[in-house]
Design a protein around this ligand. Sequence first.
Ligand code: F6R
Length: 609
Amino acid sequence: MCGIVGYTGSKSAQPILVGGLKRLEYRGYDSAGVAIEQDGELEVVHRKGKVEALEHTLLHFHFTGTCGIGHTRWATHGRPSEANAHPHTSCDAQIAVVHNGIIENFAELRENLIARGHHFTSETDTEVVAHLVEEEYARGASLLDALRLATQQLVGAYALAVVSAKEPGVIVCTRKDSPLVVGVGEDGSFVASDIIAMIEETRDVVVLSDGQFARLTSESVEFYGEDGNAFEPIISHVDWDLDVAEKGGYPDFMLKEIHEQPRVIRDTLAGRLVNGALSIDELDLSVEELNLIDRVYVIACGTSYHAGLIAKNLIEGWARIPTEVEVASEFRYRNPIITPTTLVVAVSQSGETADTLAAIRDARVKGARVFGITNVVGSPVARESDGVIYTKANKEIAVASTKSFLGQVVSLTLLALLLAQVKGKLKMNQVRLLFSELADTAHQVETILEDTTAIDRAAAACVDATSALFVGRGMGAAISYEGALKLKEISYLHAEAYPAGEMKHGPIALIDEGFPVIAVATKSPVYDKVISNLQESKARGAMIVAIATEGDEEIVKHADHVIYIPKVRDVFSAITASVPLQLFARAIAIKRGCDVDQPRNLAKSVTVE
Ligand code: F6R
């Protein structure tokens, strides 16, 4: 995902910008660029591909300018290309802008700007900002005011940093729903989307809030609130070492990535509701073709397969299309029924899992349309699918998938809504209502992350167990599989998941005094049935940990530990209930002394069969 870095000071900007961009590489990107003030002009250099390619090119220029901005881009609007790489400039090339986020009303703004005589050189949403700032500047506003007036016209999420050849040595910046940090150093001032980008230069930082602005010069930084009034910021001193800095201050990548999930939900949904209708342009299928789809296979491995189990409930429930979810290593070796109206959805975080790729190839040979859902731009899954939805998780470093799983679930939910919309199974107002409730889950996940006391207590009670059962019904069953996988892979505690109704067909024999049963018992049409299953387990001595809906007092009678999560529509409980199960698994693993980021025997990408 995109990254921003900016510097103005007494040193040469080029190595500082390149160094910052390198530190942001972990986020994943497809192109990089810088704009540096040099001899009264802005020199803009872009490269598709790695920062190293940009660095190589810059070596030929030897820019000595001491003010500039840089960016790593992960394509959203417009394909990965040199022309679409940031910084983007105004018509007169005197103003350059870098941007993270999505400007949702860019199409309308762009049309109006073109009508007013502006010339565009990229397909991006970002370029409108450069032209809007240019217009306000031409009307006599300062660079800071021009940015403020420009942002008043924007709908969407943004972190923005802007430089102008007409105000040398000045960087102005602001944010809304996308992080931005300002650094105050001995040799100048810094701005970046992540502290990590500036940590080698300064450790005194101000984290901007939504609607705040900063004006950086080599000697000082001025801060302004949403109302335009200057304010004295609280400067925080970051004393993390580099390793911790890369982890954003968290003790491990897994926890950092779990905490990124509200952002992943927001980013995955950004720009998807266009004029009140759901839109997934990347799928590259006409409405007529989508309408013909009469069977869906979701193929994937591991955690991604569990995202598929959740999708089955949604696609069948909303779009009424028969949906099968299959482990890719099985799918590839049988002879599934595939016709030209079959849609195969291949889900893979890494985009390079060998079995999933083989299944894609097989499905295409048999005539299916294949959509990929992946986290890695340009990965084999993306390249070999007919259309692709990118989950907006950023690079996932911990081996156990957390944030990319949530990104997959949200992307699959969008796909299910789209199919239902196209097939007329949901009315437009129903789609909009569901979309808005889906968006609300970002905040609900934040609430869950705020207080983990109940999760830690339940984990402490299970830490010495040798085995555990995860149970649920409906959505709860699908989530249980993922809960059990997370626990076994990072804590090495044996765990199984079953639909709760299956307990009495065998697994209940395992239960004796103190045996942990972790139940997804959120409010749903099958809540009472889950409670009956818990009573059966409790009667045999099980220690019950229940994930339950806030306000449910009944559950306390049946469970030893209750982890409450906010009330959501049952179909969205997959998103909210997964989060405490991730934290529960991590807490047990930590207590058992395991390396949660790199569990034994596992690799992040499984590129062999
Ligand atoms: C578990 C986990 C794995 C992956 C599986 C598929 O936390 O990460 O089970 O989900 O190896 O990988 P991708 O999604 O890259 O195809």
